[in-house]
Design a protein around this ligand. Structure first.
Ligand code: SER
Length: 597
C-alpha cells in the first residue's frame, strides 16, 4: 500500500464515514502560539478550540476534525539515523472537542487499523496511564480496551509514556493511550517483560490517543478544560513502514527516491562501512525534507530560534557529503516530486528554496575554506619552525593536529586526507571517540540529557553555570546561553550580547566567578517539572527539548539552572577560573574561551 492510499483511507474513514471535518495541514510555523517554535503535533493549530477561546461548533459546525499535519521535532535530531526517528514527519490525527471521548476514540482507532488497513489484530498492543499522585489510573481506558484486546496486551505506564502535553509551557494535556505494533512476534531476552516500550526494538508505537481534559496553567496546576476532548496522532511514515513491511521508514516510498539519488554521490559511495553509509543517507533524506518544508513555510537561516534549527540541520546534511559540492538541486526536486500532490506550494517556492540553500552553502563553504586554510598555513609554518632538520614539505601531521582540524572546524578525516596530509589513523580514531563522549555531554547539557563526563569536564560544567550568572550580573539579564563546548583543555561559552566586553567587564566577571569558587558554595540538585523550574526563574537553554521532569542545579544562592549535570559538589573543587579570550561568534553573539587552572 503506497502512502497515497493510506492518506486517502485515513481521510475517507474519518472524513466521509465518521463525518469529521477535514482540515488542511497548517504551517510549520505556528500562527498564534508563541509557546513553541515549530508545529510539533496535529492538535497544535486547534489549541484555541481546546482552550475554549474559539468555538468549533461556530467555526466548523462540527465538533470533530481530522487532519494530516506537517510536524517538526527538534527533540529527535540526534536520533535521526536509526530506523524510525525523524525531524520532519506527517501526523495523521482525529480530534474531538467536546464531542466523543475515550469509548469512541479507542473504537475508531482499533477499527481503522484492523478493518480498514487489515493489520493483524494479534500484533496490536495498548498502553494506558497508570496514575500518580496528581491524576488517577485510567481505569476507563483499560475497561474499553478489554473489549478489543486480551488483558495481557494492555499494559500500564507513567507520565513519561502515557501522558501528553502540553507542548510549550502551558496548555491542553491529559493521559494517553498508545497503540503499539509488534514487529517481530518474538520476545527478547527479557521474556514476559518484553512489552511495548521495551528497548529491544520489537515494538513500534504507531498511534497516540490523548484524552485531553486538563489545562496546565502557568503555576503548573492541572485544571479541567471546558470540555472533554480527544486528540490523536499517528505518524504516517511509521504506519507506512509497517504496511509496506519494511524495517525502516527510509525504505518506504516517502524516502526511497531521495535515498536513491543521494546514494549516487561519489562522496557517499566512498564511505567505508555500510553502517556509515546507511546512517548518512538517512540523515540526508530526513534533513533535506525538513529544510525544504521549513523554508517553504517561511523559515530563514539565522542564528536564533527556528532559523538556527534550519541552519543546524542543513549544515549537518552538508557534512554528510564531506563538502559543499553535492547535487543539492536534484535532492530538492525529489522532495518536491514526492509531496507535490499534497503540498503544491513546494513547487511554487522551489526557486526561493534553492536560493536560500545555495546561499547558506556558500556561507558554510567560506567558513570551511578561509578558517580551515588559515589553519593549514599555520601548521605549515610551525612545521618549519619546530623541525629544522625535517624537510618542511613533509606532509605528515600528528594525529593531534588532524584532530584539531576535525574538532574545531568540523573537517572530516577524509577531507584532511584529500588535502594530502597523513596522520596516525588509529590514534586519531581514539581521540574522536573521546571527543564524542565530551561533546555528547556538552550537547546534553544544552538539551537536557544525562552525560558521563570526566572530572575536568565536570568542573568546567559547573564553571559555565557560574560564568553564565556572572555575565548576567555584570552585563545584564539579556545575556542568555547560546551554546557551549567543553574540552579538557578549555571551556567555550557563547552568549547573547552585542558589544565587545571591556577589560573592566571581563575582570569583573572573572572576579565574580572566582569569588564564588572561593566561597566554597554547595552545589545542590532538585528534580521538578519543567514548568515549575521555569517559574522558579531557573535559567534554561532551548525551550523545546527539555523533558517534563528536569533537574535544577543550584550553586548556593548564586546560580540556578536547568541542566542534566553532572556537577562538582562544592565550588572549591573547580580551581581558578581565567578568561582567555572574548570575541564575536556571530551577529549578537559573543564567545568566551576560558580555562581552569
Ligand atoms: N498530540 C499527540 C502527540 O503528539 C497526539 O496527537 O502525540
Amino acid at each position: 500500500m503506497k502512502s497515497k492510499k493510506i492518506r486517502e483511507k485515513f481521510i475517507n474513514y474519518f472524513g466521509n464515514k465518521l463525518k469529521h471535518t477535514h482540515m488542511a495541514s497548517s504551517s510549520l510555523i505556528p500562527a498564534n502560539d508563541s509557546s513553541v517554535l515549530l508545529t510539533t503535533a496535529g492538535m497544535q493549530p486547534f489549541k484555541p478550540y481546546y482552550l475554549g477561546e474559539l468555538s468549533v461548533k461556530k467555526d466548523f459546525k462540527n465538533r470533530n476534525l481530522t487532519s494530516i499535519q506537517k510536524c517538526f521535532r527538534t527533540s529527535d535530531i540526534d536520533s535521526v539515523g536509526d530506523a524510525s526517528h525523524l525531524t520532519f514527519f506527517e501526523m495523521m490525527g482525529n480530534f474531538s472537542i467536546g464531542g466523543y471521548f475515550k469509548e469512541e476514540a479507542i473504537k475508531y482507532a482499533f477499527e481503522f487499523l484492523v478493518k480498514e488497513l487489515k493489520l493483524n489484530k494479534k500484533r496490536l498492543y495498548a498502553t494506558v496511564f497508570k496514575g500518580d499522585d496528581e491524576v488517577v489510573k485510567d481505569f476507563e481506558a483499560i475497561k474499553i480496551w478489554q473489549n478489543y484486546l486480551n488483558q495481557d496486551k494492555i499494559s500500564e505506564f507513567g507520565r513519561k509514556e502515557n501522558w501528553w502535553g502540553p507542548p510549550g509551557k502551558t496548555g491542553p494535556c491529559g493521559p494517553s493511550s498508545e497503540i503499539h505494533y509488534d514487529l517481530t512476534g518474538q520476545s527478547c531476552s527479557r521474556g514476559k517483560d518484553c512489552q511495548p516500550n521495551c528497548e529491544c526494538g520489537r515494538f513500534v508505537e504507531i498511534w497516540n490517543l490523548v484524552f485531553t481534559q486538563y489545562l496546565k496553567d502557568a503555576q503548573g496546576k492541572f485544571k479541567d478544560l471546558p470540555t472533554k476532548n480527544i486528540d490523536t496522532g499517528m505518524g504516517l511514515e511509521r504506519l507506512l513502514m509497517i504496511m509496506q513491511k519494511k524495517s525502516s521508514v527510509f525504505q518506504t516510498d516517502l524516502f526511497r527516491p531521495i535515498i536513491e539519488e543521494a546514494k549516487k554521490d561519489p562522496q557517499i559511495e566512498k564511505l567505508q562501512s555500510e553502517i556509515e553509509k546507511v546512517k548518512s543517507l538517512r540523515i540526508i533524506a530526513d534533513h533535506i525534507k525538513a529544510c525544504v518544508f521549513l523554508i517553504a513555510d517561511g523559515v530563514q537561516f539565522s542564528n536564533k530560534e527556528e532559523g538556527y534549527i534550519l541552519r543546524r540541520i542543513f549544515r549537518r546534511l552538508i557534512d554528510q557529503f564531506e563538502g559543499t559540492n553535492f547535487s543539492l538541486e536534484i535532492l530538492v526536486e525529489k522532495v518536491i516530486e514526492i509531496y507535490n500532490p499534497y503540498y503544491p506550494r513546494l513547487k511554487e517556492k522551489k526557486e526561493n528554496i534553492l536560493t536560500l540553500l545555495r546561499d547558506e552553502t556558500k556561507t558554510y563553504d567560506k567558513i570551511l575554506k578561509t578558517e580551515v586554510e588559515k589553519v593549514f598555513k599555520k601548521m605549515g609554518k610551525n612545521k618549519k619552525k619546530s623541525s629544522e632538520k625535517k624537510k618542511p614539505s613533509s606532509r605528515k601531521i600528528t594525529a593531534q593536529e588532524a584532530f584539531q582540524l576535525y574538532s574545531t572546524y568540523g573537517l572530516s578525516p577524509n577531507l584532511i586526507r584529500k588535502k594530502g596530509y597523513q596522520f596516525n589513523e588509529k590514534e586519531f580514531g581514539k581521540m574522536v571517540e573521546a571527543h564524542k563522549k565530551i561533546s555528547r555531554a556538552g550537547a546534553e547539557k544544552k538539551f537536557g540529557g544525562v552525560g558521563d563526563l570526566g572530572e575536568k569536564v565536570t568542573k568546567q560544567h559547573t564553571a559555565t553555570h557560574l560564568l553564565h550568572q556572572a555575565l548576567r550580573e555584570v552585563l545584564g539579564d539579556h545575556v542568555k546561553q547560546m551554546g557551549s563546548d567543553l574540552k579538557p583543555e578549555r571551556l567555550r561559552f557563547d552568549f547573547s550580547h552585542s558589544q565587545k566586553m571591556t577589560e573592566q567587564e571581563k575582570k569583573e566577571v572573572e572576579d565574580k566567578v572566582n569569588e564564588i569558587i572561593e566561597k566554597d558554595l554547595k552545589v545542590t540538585c532538585e528534580e521538578m517539572p519543567y514548568e515549575k523550574a521555569v517559574k522558579s526563574d531557573a535559567l534554561s537553554f532551548f525551550k523545546e527539548k527539555y523533558p517534563d521532569l528536569v533537574k535544577v542545579y543550584k550553586v548556593g544562592d548564586f546560580s540556578k539552572e536547568i541542566c542534566a549535570g553532572p556537577h562538582v559538589k562544592k565550588t572549591s573543587e573547580i580551581g581558578h577560573f581565567k578568561i582567555k579570550s572574548e570575541k564575536s561568534s556571530s551577529k549578537g553573539v559573543r564567545r568566551i574561551k576560558a580555562v581552569l587552572e
